[in-house]
Design a protein around this ligand. Structure first.
Ligand code: 13P
Length: 293
């Protein structure tokens, strides 16, 4: 059998197993009173180290939401109060931080602890972004502690995973993703967190800020694999309810093709999130009926 044919057969078998297990586990969890399945599309802006107060205000007044899409903005931490007030208390837009320290408080100059982030109005926090891993030497161990600390403070971690270009070219993508997910989600305690409280973002490093997006098929393949890993860890009924985001050169032009993929539940957007109009177009592309769940 050729490699291509074998991979195709394996994919089909995995899909059948996945649907069968999800159906039986789903029935069991519904009997136990759990919420029914259904993943609300989630679109997250990661402004990175961009924008000043005036930009944040302009963004807030230009942002357009779409029914059925949850929107999160992660500005630089110093902009959180400005953005919160520009959006207004009644806004359904949620705030997120781009990083956190895993210790609750103490002598960690320049850092923000989980309670501070929650206190600043955040519901989400990005953990283990590849820029933190590569530019600031963040280890899987640190990322794991951040994810656990976020969950412990009622923050929803957006755990970022993704392979480097060389790793993809060596055929090591799945190995890298598996290792990151295993390490970063270790020691989460028992019982498992609510699946709505944990988001995983697949961000292939070669696609970040490069204009070179993963094709819809590449994104789907990697993200289906991520969901399988979550299922191995927490069970299929859990994994089918957790949201997986794609990140890496998402634009209004490629968003529709990506969100149409079964395992793409939304986006983590860098460059295109800086402009309210472009970001709003991405939000619109994720709306249920247009591509989102
Ligand atoms: P770009 O959308 O600029 O490629 O950035 C992606 C990213 O890193 C979001 O976290």
């Amino acid at each position: 059998m050729t490699t291509e044919l074998r991979e195709k057969v394996e994919r089909i078998v995995r899909q059948v197993v996945r649907e069968t297990l999800a159906a039986s586990e789903g029935a069991l969890s519904q009997l136990a009173g759990a919420l029914p399945d259904g993943r609300t599309p989630l679109v997250v802006a990661n402004w990175k180290m961009n924008h000043l107060s005036e930009d944040a205000r302009r963004f807030a007044s230009g942002l357009e939401l779409a029914d059925g899409v949850e929107v999160v903005i992660c500005p630089a931490s110093v902009l959180l109060p400005v953005l919160a007030s520009a959006l207004g208390a009644a806004s359904p837009v949620r705030l997120g931080a781009q990083n956190l320290h895993f210790e609750p408080s103490g002598a960690f100059t320049g850092e923000h602890g989980p309670a501070m982030i929650a206190d600043a109005g955040c519901r989400y926090v990005i953990c283990g972004h590849s820029e933190r891993r590569t530019l600031f030497g963040e280890s899987d161990e640190a990322v794991q502690r951040k994810v656990a600390a976020a969950l412990g403070s009622k923050l929803r971690p957006i755990l970022c995973v993704g392979e480097k270009l060389a790793e993809r070219e060596q055929g090591a993508t799945f190995r890298v993703l598996r290792a990151q997910l295993l390490a970063d989600l270790a020691d989460l305690g028992s019982p498992a967190p609510d699946p709505r409280e944990l988001v995983v973002a697949y961000e292939p490093i070669w696609a970040i800020g490069t204009g070179r997006t993963a094709s819809a098929a590449q994104a789907q393949q990697a993200m289906a694999f991520c969901r399988e890993q979550l299922a191995e860890r927490f069970g299929w009924a859990w994994a089918e309810r957790a949201r997986l985001l794609y990140g890496g050169s998402v634009t209004p032009d490629n968003a529709a093709g990506l969100i149409a993929q079964e395992d793409v539940d939304g986006f983590l957007v860098g460059g295109a999130s800086l402009d309210a109009r472009r970001f709003s177009e991405i939000v619109a592309a994720a709306a249920p009926g247009r591509g989102g769940a």
